[in-house]
Unconditional design. Structure first.
Length: 297
C-alpha cells in the first residue's frame, strides 16, 4: 500500500491541533460534498479522501499510530507485540542451529519482512528490526546559525558530533541517519531527528534568507544628506544618505542578509528602513531658527 499523507490532504501541518484538524475537515467536507458537486467523480474521490484522513487524524489513538508507523498504522499492535516477543527471546533467536527458538519463518508475516528486511541463517528466516528513531530539540541563537559550526549532542548516553549548517531555519528538522536506537538481529539503526528552535536575540528581523533592520536617522542628515554607520551580521558598514530622505525609506544591501541553507557563499539581502528622529528639548535659538525656516517654506 502506498503512503498517503493525510496531513497534506487536509492541508494542515503535522503539529496541527485537534481543533485545527476538525476545522480543516469541515471546510473541505462542505466544499467537496456530493450534494454540492453532483455527478462530479473527482469531487466524490476527494470527499472520500478527506473522510479517510479525518478518520485517522481526528482520532487521537489512530493519529498517534499513523505518526509512528505511517501507511502501516493499522498494524501498530502487531508491531509492538512482535517487538516485545523478539526482545524476550532475543538470546535464543541468535542461533537457530544450537538452541530451539519459538520464532520461525511462519511466525512473522510478509508485512514484517517487508518492513524490517529478512535474512537467512541455517536455512531459516531471521527478522531484522530497525532500531528506534530518536527525536531531539536543539535551541540556538540566530547568530549561531549564521555560520556553520560543529556541535556535540548527547543522545541516549552517547556523544554525537555533528556539523550545524549555516542557514538553518526555526522549526526545521534534520535527519541524521543511523544515529537512533540500535537495530535488532543485525537490522539497521534508527535515525535521529533534530528539530531546531532559533531564538532571535538580535536587532534584525529574519524573513527566510533576507534580514530587515530599522536605522535611526537624525533630522539634519535626512534633510541635508550625509553618512551613517549601520550594523550587519558580519560587521558594520557605512551608508550614504541622500538629501531629503523621507521617513520609512528603504535601502537594500545586496548579499548582506542570511546565508542560504547548504549553499556556500550564497546570501539573502539586508533591507534597511530609515526612521527619522525628531529633535527634542530645543533651545530658544533652535526654536527661532525653525520658526524662521518655516516662514521661508
Amino acid at each position: 500500500m502506498d503512503y498517503i499523507d493525510y496531513y497534506k490532504i487536509l492541508g494542515v501541518s503535522r503539529n496541527a491541533t485537534a481543533e485545527q484538524i476538525k476545522k480543516a475537515y469541515r471546510k473541505l467536507a462542505r466544499k467537496y460534498h456530493p450534494d454540492v458537486n453532483p455527478n462530479n467523480k473527482a469531487a466524490e474521490k476527494k470527499f472520500k479522501e478527506i473522510n479517510e484522513a479525518n478518520e485517522v487524524l481526528g482520532n487521537p489513538e489512530n493519529r498517534k499510530k499513523y505518526d509512528k508507523y505511517g501507511k502501516d498504522w493499522k498494524h501498530a499492535e502487531e508491531f509492538e507485540k512482535a517487538r516485545q516477543q523478539q526482545r524476550q527471546y532475543q538470546g535464543q533467536a541468535r542461533d537457530f542451529g544450537q538452541a530451539h527458538s519459538p520464532f520461525s519463518e511462519d511466525d512473522f508475516s510478509d508485512f514484517f519482512a517487508s518492513m524490517f528486511g529478512g535474512g537467512t541463517r541455517s536455512g531459516r528466516r531471521t527478522v531484522r528490526y530497525k532500531g528506534q528513531d530518536y527525536h531531539a530539540e536543539l535551541q540556538l541563537g540566530l547568530r549561531e546559525v549564521y555560520k556553520s559550526h560543529k556541535r556535540v549532542l548527547t543522545v541516549d548516553g552517547k556523544n554525537i558530533r555533528l556539523t550545524i549548517p549555516a542557514g538553518v531555519e526555526n522549526g526545521q528538522v534534520i535527519k541524521i541517519k543511523g544515529h537512533g536506537g540500535k537495530g535488532i538481529n543485525g537490522g539497521p539503526g534508527g535515525d535521529l531527528y533534530i528539530r531546531f528552535t532559533i531564538v532571535n536575540n538580535t536587532p534584525f528581523k529574519r524573513d527566510k534568507n533576507d534580514l530587515h533592520l530599522t536605522a535611526d536617522l537624525d533630522l539634519y542628515t535626512a534633510v541635508l544628506g550625509g553618512e551613517i554607520t549601520v550594523e550587519t551580521m558580519d560587521g558594520k558598514v557605512k551608508l550614504k544618505v541622500k538629501p531629503e530622505t523621507q521617513n520609512g525609506t528603504k535601502v537594500k544591501l545586496r548579499g548582506k542578509g542570511f546565508p542560504v541553507y547548504k549553499k556556500d557563499g550564497v546570501f539573502g539581502d539586508l533591507y534597511i528602513t530609515y526612521r527619522i528622529k525628531i529633535p527634542t528639548k530645543l533651545s530658544p535659538k533652535e526654536k527661532a531658527l525653525f520658526t524662521e525656516l518655516s516662514k521661508l517654506r
